[in-house]
Design a protein around this ligand. Sequence first.
Ligand code: ATP
Ligand code: FE2
Length: 337
Amino acid sequence: MEIMKPRMVLLEKKICLGIESTAHTFGVGIVDSKGKVIADKRISFLSDGGIRPQEAAKKHLDNAPKIIKEALDEAKIKISDCDIVSFARGPGLGPCLKVGATCARAIALKNGKPLIPVNHCLAHIEIGKLETKAKDPLIVYVSGGNTQIISFKDGAYRVFGETLDIGLGNMLDSFGRALGYGFPAGPTLDEIYFRGKKYLFLPYTVKGTDLAFAGLETAAKRLVGKTNKENLVFSTLHNAFAMLTEATERALAYTEKTEVLLVGGVAASKALRNIMFKMCISRNTKFLVPQNKFCVDNGVMIAWLGILEYLYGKKTEIGSSQIKQRMRLEEEKILWA
Ligand code: ATP
Ligand code: FE2
């Protein structure tokens, strides 16, 4: 990838079509360079078990033409009216990533448009900043595969703390599966949480600003069928969210940031928001979180990051637009913050 000087086109409106397909959701977003969302269409893969990559990719492929057309119809534009095409290049599941990448390359090639492959994790952060107008927040990114506490410094996002084993969302989905709920179980558990009455003692693992969820998951699963379900869900989620909030508070004290921005699929959790909000109030810190629909995976965040990267001069040839199943946030050069 080549990085050039910012393009001097900020006054001229540009439109980007972005495609998300890293895991369970095939999403198409159309956004303009002022940050206006013109279209947002998506379809999510639901299942009785976890995500099976080949099966999810097949669903994405079957749905892609329909979702792209629906997004263009919603925006009332033709595909040739889009100035930029972006897609989530990673991190994610190989077969799923390939579907979005192939669609984006085909659209870009056929219409002679620039192609911008973007980092899915960075897209979660940038849509959160756009939505909440956060300035320089401590970012808490919690999704299926990721649990990170992030701080921006000298042109890059630095991971200040993270899970040492599994992502918080994956833990919730796996625990939910043991209770008999389909994928994703996070939203169901989040409802049940509020019906719990009694706290059960369960593992709580925080190491500085790092966290570990596997012990909590194992202990919680061992209690399935042996105790009241609502109390078990309440206690498991309470520990997981309190652990994350404790690590966030420690990072806040160190970085002296005055805003916390919660992003990623698990940021849609009412229970987590409540706990995080209370901590922020007690520290006189602003608590910011995007609307639910922009917490979970979506094409809008990919389109918005496509706009940012294009305007700040990133350029990728089709031949070097390979997907990347693993990508680290720290490796991204942030030119706009
Ligand atoms: P990433 O690559 O960012 O890890 P992902 O594939 O995990 O993405 P997201 O949509 O960012 O996808 O996050 C999905 C996760 O969010 C799932 O684990 C799901 O259970 C969880 N989730 C979604 N809504 C809620 C909710 N209301 N409460 C708790 N968890 C939720
Ligand atoms: Fe995600």
